[in-house]
Design a protein around this ligand. Structure first.
Ligand code: PRP
Length: 547
């Protein structure tokens, strides 16, 4: 039997003395800060009953939990989050306290087998302000504390403290006459800044066109003071405008409190986190060159009353990703050379089309044309230059997700099959094709499909699962049309562009699944960190797409 006694499970890692030293320095810095602000440390059990994480708005996807079974056969889970266990305590042993200011330093566990870079054991420190003290003024206290955390970083570290209000998206979605499932799809499109998808779903909804226009603005409405001016001119609902007014006051107070060079306060009107327990203010912190947020949190006024409906305890808090924070706390040299955008292009057909597009908007792409075997190439116009990286489709997503590339151009087929965490900002209109089910000509009605051959097993699985059909899927790496011809499968799920491969091999489309095209994707921190350069590029690209 194979033995695993020398390795750690996927997504976990040991820390050696220098790494522990670095982590402890970061923990001590935050402990000192939190204690100075009157927070007391709390530690919750690592193992909880599943119910803590899967009731009402506390729903944490079951597949993301590490589970165990107790001696009575009840389901337990390693905590995937610290806020829910702390809310449980606030509703039980700490219920007598009208106000609580707590901080924690503990790990959370998330089972993430599909992730490109697994991190199943996350080290987090965070704060929770609960009860009377968590009134509306505490938004400012909490956000100021996040600013103080940036204040611990070496001078010159570029940081962003972003605020938002999840209530804006929630309220606008409530005005739509659609099912909870469609609202969830729309929320997801707003959260991932997926304007093409948002547009597509809204087209199919029969409702006020003005409301659709407002929803369509959410993904792109982020930035500084000028975004508030835009927001006041876009939204019409009084309750939404009321929230924007409060957010604006909050923003202005934070700007006046921020005395740190290289730290910027921004707003994002398209905050629509998946964590259902958030009810209002959202707080996020970004550090340059970290591919994901270092601080994440917000207001959750109803979570504690879900544990005990007789309680009314508003609350707000955030968690700090300790791996990112510790790595930046002791960063030795902060570069002050301006950042050069880096764009990952999918090699081959999409690369050619992308370069054509860049040339049309005034970029000199000579280095790409004369690349030889080089993989990182410079592209420049009169006022912007960036690096182009050439990569395989799935790697484009990997580079963008991790933040080593700011933007990427990749086919929607790869996005649907491989997923990932990024913003999907533009449909570039080229590389148009579709996913379809196809098989031998003339057999469409007589073939009971049981076996599908495909290069896209997740797409095929999700398509047939959606119909409740029990299908065997065979993964094929290329020329998938061979499978039904050789008798390996009844049909294929594949890309159809011109249709000539099917025709020349005596096959035909049985059914279309979804239209595809090339997409521009962005790293979730880069989009905010290099807002001006990226906006300029988007504007030029969009103007060409309209032509
Ligand atoms: C894709 C796809 C089809 C073909 C469809 O294959 O898997 O085989 O293109 O194009 P058409 O409708 O214009 O004929 P690709 O060229 O990427 O090669 P592969 O099958 O070897 O992966």
């Amino acid at each position: 039997m194979k033995s695993y006694d020398l390795v750690t499970p996927a997504g976990t890692s040991d820390l050696l003395p220098p790494e522990v030293k670095r982590l402890r320095a970061a923990e001590n810095a935050l402990c000192t800060l939190f204690e100075a602000h009157g927070f007391s440390e709390i530690a919750t059990t690592e193992l909880e009953f599943m119910d803590v994480f899967n009731l009402k708005s506390r729903h944490f996807p079951s597949e993301g939990l590490y589970k165990a079974i107790d001696d009575k056969g009840r389901l337990l889970a390693l905590r995937p989050d610290s806020t829910m266990p702390i809310a449980r305590l606030a509703a039980s042993r700490l219920r007598a306290y009208s106000s609580l200011k707590l901080y924690y330093n503990q790990k959370v566990y998330r089972n993430s087998p599909g992730a490109r870079r697994r991190n199943d054991e996350l080290r987090q420190m965070g704060v929770e302000l609960i009860g009377e003290q968590a009134g509306i003024n505490s938004d400012l206290e909490t956000a100021k504390l996040a600013l103080d955390i940036f204040g611990l970083l070496p001078e010159g570290t570029k940081c962003i403290l972003e605020i938002g209000d999840i209530g804006i998206t929630k309220m606008l979605l409530e005005l739509l006459p659609v099912s909870v499932e469609i609202k969830e799809q729309l929320r997801n499109a707003v959260e991932t800044k997926n304007s093409p998808e948002l547009d597509e779903i809204l087209k199919g909804i029969d409702c006020d066109e003005g409301l659709k226009k407002q929803l369509l603005k959410l993904p792109t409405l982020y930035g500084n003071e000028s975004s508030f001016e835009k927001a006041f001119s876009i939204f019409t609902d009084n309750a939404v405008l009321g929230r924007i007014t409060k957010l604006h006051e909050f923003y202005q107070k934070l700007v006046s409190l921020n005395d740190r060079k290289n730290t910027y306060i921004t707003v994002d009107f398209g905050c629509a986190n998946k964590m259902d327990y958030y009810t209002g203010t959202i707080i996020r912190g970004y550090i340059e060159n970290a591919g994901e947020a270092v601080i994440n949190g917000g207001r959750y006024d109803n979570l504690i009353s879900e544990f005990d409906s007789s309680l009314n305890k508003p609350a707000i808090g955030f968690a700090v990703n300790m791996d990112i924070f510790a790595a930046n706390l002791q960063a030795e040299k902060i570069s002050n050379t301006p950042h050069k955008l880096r764009i990952a292009l999918t090699k081959g057909r999409l690369e050619k089309k992308a370069i054509e597009l860049f040339e049309e908007i005034g970029f000199d792409c000579t280095e790409v044309h004369e690349k030889g075997r080089r993989l990182i190439l410079n592209v420049k116009s009169s006022d912007l230059s960036f690096e182009v990286v050439l990569a395989k489709p799935n790697d484009v997503i990997t580079y963008v997700e991790s933040g080593v590339c700011d933007l990427g151009i990749v086919g929607k087929d790869t996005i649907l099959e491989d997923g990932g965490k990024f913003f999907e900002v533009l449909d570039l209109g080229f590389g148009r094709c579709r996913f379809a089910v196809a098989g031998k000509k003339g057999l469409k009605t007589s073939t009971a499909i049981k076996t599908i051959a495909t290069k896209y097993p997740k797409v095929a699985r999700s398509f047939y699962d959606g119909r409740g059909a029990d299908i065997d899927i065979v993964k094929i790496e290329g020329s998938v049309e061979l499978a039904p011809l050789l008798g390996l499968s009844d049909a294929i799920v594949d890309i159809v562009e011109t249709g000539s491969t099917l025709v020349e091999n005596g096959l035909e489309v049985y059914e279309d699944i979804v239209n595809l095209s090339a997409r521009l994707i962005a790293n979730r921190v880069s989009l905010k960190m290099y807002r001006n350069d990226i906006r300029k590029l988007f504007k030029d690209i969009k103007s060409k797409l309209k032509d």
